[in-house]
Design a protein around this ligand. Structure first.
Ligand code: NAG
Length: 223
């Protein structure tokens, strides 16, 4: 018991001297809503508060379809940072643009896990990637290996797409905004990808050419 208390005291002291801000790792999301285009009905703000508000930074992967000479999606991989505590700050609206600029300028081998810290969102909650599911591949949000849910084997969700809209800013450059529902895992029941920056492949490709990775950022809201 004594050593446990001592350990607690030591780790609080370490936190204080390390200079990390002592704000909670996640902040209440009561009243938070997504800023969605008014001229559509596919993506609708749920009535509940989001469970997680995340910044995603990573790549969308594509391979060249020989039949059409266009790129087809083969998945994505991204790091997910908690941005619930940034939600009320003026920088929140464009945090995905700030993150994209840093990602775009970074060398190909640079760690994406550092992007969050660079935009004031140091809490790496987990990863977004694709897994084999049913007859194809499906997107997964996985908090089991890092962050405050590390070690909780059920802290993931695999999603199935319910709808998409063209991104309001630049559909040639930015990937679609999406709504998905959970088909496995207990992290969330509904997932949204909004405020996308980048991620779209070139409009055509040479059959036989190598797969490509296109950098992107987005906000993910998990309900
Ligand atoms: C996407 O490409 C990156 C390299 O750019 C690779 O690390 C990752 O495994 C790829 N993921 C998928 C699902 O293709």
């Amino acid at each position: 018991m004594l050593s446990f208390q001592l350990l607690g005291a030591l780790s609080s002291a370490a936190l204080l001297v390390s200079g990390f801000p002592l704000f909670p790792r996640t902040c209440p999301t009561t009243g938070a809503t997504m800023d969605l285009p008014a001229d559509q009905t596919k993506l609708v703000n749920p009535n509940a508060a989001p469970k997680f508000i995340l910044l995603g930074a990573g790549v969308q992967n594509y391979s060249c379809s020989a039949a059409t000479s266009t790129y087809a999606s083969i998945g994505a991989v991204a790091s997910l940072f908690d941005i619930s505590c940034q939600q009320k700050s003026p920088a929140f609206a464009n945090i995905q643009n700030a993150a994209f600029d840093i990602l775009e300028a970074a060398p190909a081998d640079a760690s994406v896990d550092a992007i969050g810290r660079a935009v004031g969102a140091p809490e790496l909650m987990g990863y977004h990637y694709f897994v084999s599911f049913g007859t194809g591949i499906s997107p997964k949000w996985d908090f089991t290996s890092t962050g405050s849910h590390k070690g909780d084997a059920s802290a993931y969700v695999i999603g199935a797409k319910d709808g998409n809209i063209s991104p309001p800013n630049d559909p040639k450059t930015d990937v679609d905004w999406l709504v998905l529902h959970g088909v496995e895992g207990s992290l969330a029941a509904q997932m949204f990808r909004v405020d996308t920056v980048g991620g779209q492949p070139p409009s055509s490709c040479t059959p036989g050419s190598d797969p490509i990775s296109v950098k992107y950022t987005a906000k993910y809201y998990l309900y």
